[in-house]
Design a binder for this molecule. Structure first.
Ligand SMILES: [Zn+2]
Ligand SMILES: [Zn+2]
Length: 323
């Protein structure tokens, strides 16, 4: 469950001005790396600008890997800051930041999306292990996944007059994602791992199960599930055959659904949270890949995602053990 509602409210306050017409996210963004991209730490904005948080996303890399401009723009910084190499690309309304990166581009260089701007270096919290990728509008940090259509939370930060544009863009991306999903046949056809589960949504993992720093309470807290980033309306599909145990609403988890499974003789329960709605009812027998509902942002959530939970023999467990 994402519990950053207060954080976003504070961010809105920090902005303090209505975005100008140019303050729109570039729609032509791409991942700053080639090949398949693995997110190892999601965007976790602090409640107040002086508090700890994670003001960007960390992407898995190998040392020396090429780093690409996420969108067309002009290099506005390429040098060292606090012991690590940093490159900043100015896109007009927003800027993207990349670190730790040994720059191969110079200040003033005009770059296209996909141009190499540097190579992964050392230092910072990533220290050769990841690329910390950031997105800023003025002094405000945004979720860089918005550039690749995987982030939705920032839409709420836009002023009312900007919202229709952003929502149309999000709706278009969702529609595109749905078409893409149909093109790779059905979800159930995706090969599954050791536990036999197939992925319930097509999006990547944006926040793993485990302890994480709570941006509002300022304490370490258990994140009791795995978050899959997916656009609003993305189909949620049963990862294994089972039987719907309950459907309910909870202030924190939003619209919830519980499904019971029997895996290798063990009693396994999966929980789905924050959906806009579910299309199955308690007692329904579901097959693997069957549509359960649609990804949403109900309850304490800053943007559309699936918060998947797992219990094995009645005990909370990390969902990824079943894939
Ligand atoms: Zn979650
Ligand atoms: Zn980071």
């Amino acid at each position: 469950m994402l519990v950053f509602v207060l954080g976003l409210a504070a961010l809105l306050g920090v902005g303090g001005r209505a975005p100008a017409a140019a303050d729109v996210i570039p729609s032509e963004g791409r991942w700053p790396l080639t090949g398949s991209v693995r997110l190892i730490e999601g965007y976790d904005p602090p409640a107040q600008r002086w508090l700890a948080g994670h003001r960007g996303v960390d992407l898995a890399v190998h040392r020396g890997q090429a780093v690409l401009a996420a969108a067309a723009g002009r290099v506005s910084y390429a040098g060292r800051l606090a012991g690590r190499g940093v490159v900043v690309v100015d896109h007009g309304a927003v800027r993207t930041t990349y670190e730790p990166v040994e720059p191969l581009a110079a200040v003033g260089d005009e770059v296209e999306a996909g141009n190499v701007i540097g190579r992964i270096g050392s230092g910072g919290h990533c220290n050769g292990r990841c690329l910390h990728w950031g997105l800023k509008r003025g002094d405000t940090y945004l979720d860089p996944l918005l550039l690749v259509g995987a982030g939705r939370s920032v839409l709420r930060l836009l002023a009312a007059d900007q919202r229709p544009v952003a929502e149309r863009r999000a709706a278009k991306r969702t529609a595109e994602a749905q078409v893409a999903e149909q093109e790779v046949s059905t979800f159930a056809a995706v090969p599954s791992g050791r536990g036999g589960f197939s992925r319930p949504v097509s999006g990547g993992i944006t926040s793993p199960f485990g302890m994480r720093f709570h941006p509002v309470l300022h304490v370490w807290k258990l994140h009791d599930g795995t978050d899959f980033g997916a656009g609003c309306g993305t189909p949620i599909r049963a990862p294994a055959p089972g039987r719907v145990a309950s459907r309910s609403y909870n202030a924190g988890y939003g619209n919830r659904l519980m499904v019971d499974h029997e895996i290798d003789g063990r009693r396994v329960r999966t929980g789905y949270n924050h959906a806009t709605r579910y299309v199955v009812s308690p007692g329904t027998e579901v097959r693997r890949g069957q549509l359960l509902g649609y990804v949403g942002s109900t309850g304490y959530s800053t943007g559309c995602h699936l918060h998947l939970m797992l219990w094995v023999g009645g005990r909370l467990a990390t969902p990824m053990t079943m894939f």
